[in-house]
Design a protein around this ligand. Structure first.
Ligand code: SF4
Length: 308
């Protein structure tokens, strides 16, 4: 145990040293391993990370997250070197939509507007009118002209939630995040029975019947805010378990329970301190986005950022 923490301290020291040398900034998502979050310059949700990527004056962005996030950073900061420490860190949800399939759907509904969740590839973003994250999706949907049909890609649960919240019929893509979609209403009931004093917070990527049982529905950034202002001292958290670390760190006097022990995204856990150090040393693996895709995807992302 002591050996492990000495190793972590040494790796963190080397990472800070390389970071200076490379003029790099380290961005990490809330679902990353605790020690990776601790070494980052900024930890946040997809929207906050996109804003950081667009605004940084660092020469190199080391993105501790999954591939679509690093792609977003490259799209928003094309002149910077963007490094994803673990090349294999993909997102199964993002893989559920392809640009060709979105184009085919647009032909079926020719005058539709395409709203694409950031959990998607650059090529799919390039086919879209505007992007959204779970923290600004309601605002994005509400900003669209009422008479136009809207295709929402790729998360059907988030789309369903938005449709109910805004009262607007959306054409839903049949994609889902396996981490959130697996959470069942029975598991929420079980967690509530075990911790009757706790409020239930769930992510809008969860199924409708799970959302119906929650006291609060929020993005990861929204959960962090709500936990601070809500009059509860305990919470059951219905999102990827990495989120428990920043919540507990921000509110040490409050208690956070996972809604279910299986809510772990293996891709988000692929990034380790060792890989972050190596990525800073080699400036590899780099993320590149072809200019013709990048420019169209940037339009959809910039529209979203202007609204946020
Ligand atoms: S938690 Fe879900 S949406 Fe996020 S990276 Fe993992 S699979 Fe993708």
């Amino acid at each position: 145990m002591r050996e492990e923490s000495a190793k972590t301290t040494e790796l963190s020291r080397k990472i800070r040293e390389f970071k200076e040398k490379r003029k790099a900034v380290i961005l990490a998502h809330f679902y990353q391993r605790p020690e990776v979050q601790d070494v980052a310059d900024f930890v946040g949700d997809s929207l906050q990370l996109a804003q950081q990527a667009a605004g940084t004056d660092a020469r190199v962005i080391v993105f501790c997250g999954v591939c679509f996030m690093a792609e977003c950073a490259k799209i928003l900061s094309p002149d910077k070197i963007v490094v994803l420490p673990e090349e294999e860190a993909g997102c199964p949800l993002a893989n559920m939509a392809t640009a060709a399939a979105v184009r085919a759907k647009k032909e079926e509904v020719p005058d539709c507007l395409v709203v694409t969740y950031v959990n998607s590839s650059a090529a799919v973003k390039a086919e879209s009118d505007i992007c959204c994250t779970s923290s600004n999706a309601l605002k994005v949907i509400s900003s669209l002209p009422k008479e136009k049909p809207v295709l929402f890609v790729p998360d059907r649960n988030l789309g369903h939630y938005l449709s109910r919240q805004t009262g607007r019929g959306l054409i839903l893509w049949d994609g889902y995040c396996h981490v959130h979609d697996r959470l069942t209403a029975g598991e929420i009931e079980k967690a509530r029975a075990a911790h009757p004093e706790a409020a239930v917070m769930v992510h809008p990527e969860c199924r409708p019947e799970v959302i119906d049982l929650a006291d609060h529905v929020a993005s990861t950034g929204g959960m962090l805010k709500y936990a601070g202002s809500a009059p509860f001292s305990a919470f059951i958290i219905g999102t990827e378990q990495g989120m428990l670390y920043p919540l507990q760190k921000a509110y040490p006097d409050k208690t956070f329970y996972p809604a279910a022990s299986h809510m772990v995204c293996p891709n988000m856990k692929l990034t380790t301190l060792e890989k972050v150090k190596q990525a800073l040393e080699d400036l590899e693996p780099r993320i590149e986005v072809a200019p013709e895709i990048r420019d169209r995807a940037r339009r959809a992302l910039t529209r979203m950022l202007e609204l946020s």
